[in-house]
Design a protein. Sequence first.
Length: 441
Amino acid sequence: MIRTSELVQLHPSDIVEKLEEMDEQARLLAFLRLGKELKAEVFSYMGPGMQQSMVQELGSTQVAELLENMAPDDRTEILENFPDTFIKETVNLLSAKEKDIALTLLGYPEQCVARLMTPYYVQAKKDWTVRRTLEHIKRYGRKAETLNFVYVVDERQRLVSDLRIGKLLLGNDDQTLESMMDQGAIALRTTMSREDAIDYFDKYDRAALPVITEDEVLVGIVTVDDILDEIEKRDTEDFLKFGGVETMELSYTETSIWELFKKRAPWLVILLLGEMFTATVMSHYEHAIAQAVVLALFVPLIISSGGNTGSQAATLIVRAMALKELDTRDWWYVIRKEFITGILLGLILGTIGFLRIYIWQGLSLFDFGQYYLHVGAAVGFSLLGVVIWGTLMGSVVPLILKRFRLDPATSSAPFVATLVDITGLILYFSVAMMFLSGRML
């Protein structure tokens, strides 16, 4: 097999002849070892059949395994600096499965926008006339994903601008596209995350956006249909996480009972272990409960109120962060706002808790003992405290997770509720000890 150092000394057309003499895998590896500029030149000298064979071989699992088993430095040397035209041809010729393999090898992460792009769009040169462009659309436009825009490129396939089809239809036949351009095109980068792509579509309100490489070569477009699918996936994933369920690849009706069990069990086990601390807290105050059994009656009231307010706050903050209304830099604003909100909510619930005991005692519906006012005060102030605490926890936990680059949706309602349950009990019994010490305790 001819060495790379010998190949690079040859003219690109001669290199193609040498490659034709090799078997498919050896040919691909020899080609991949060429430099970026030389790759582009050699690829342009190949015939259509050899080009198609080359990119299809790149998308095969055998080549993927071969490259994966290479030393990292050798693999990097092979895959870095791919010519953009080669990437474009890869997207055009490969099946969806092969495309994923090829883009992985080319260094595009699974969640990048390059995985969503389609090669079916209308492209025109900037020196073309309106007449020639419309003829081109009539000839090749049937395969295009959308005809809303014509993407204008220069002689090196770099994106220059995009023109609405309506503007073309109203232009003069002999007018060049370059003379009609008024601004550069808004484009997505191949390495951009899907989350950022969603923001672009939302910001610019477009039905499709072009995708360019770091060298600004146009390699595809992403349509709003694909973005809507991504939004649905993202929202579904966040919704499941917020409910304490792992992400499901299939719909509920397509997911087996065993899969549902596996997705739901981990969080339930974690939450159960967390709730066990509730029993630990209760056992710590066993003596107080034995002396004032009435305190146990309000344990569900206290922990549910704290958990509910915490879940509410977490829901609001996670949603605001998803809509880009809040960021981790707004932590002090969030704390101040939620603290005041927690006081107001706590005062309402605390007052209701106190009145419940006061009225029930007055109507002889239940006997809370001679210190019923102190019991009412203990419950009322406990509700105030636990609601404030739950509100703060529900709002701060998502911000903390975001700060450490974790998904804020992981601060699910069950998680926050469990956290507030444990700390709420400690607060409740501490307040009860303060009001009832020397009386019932």
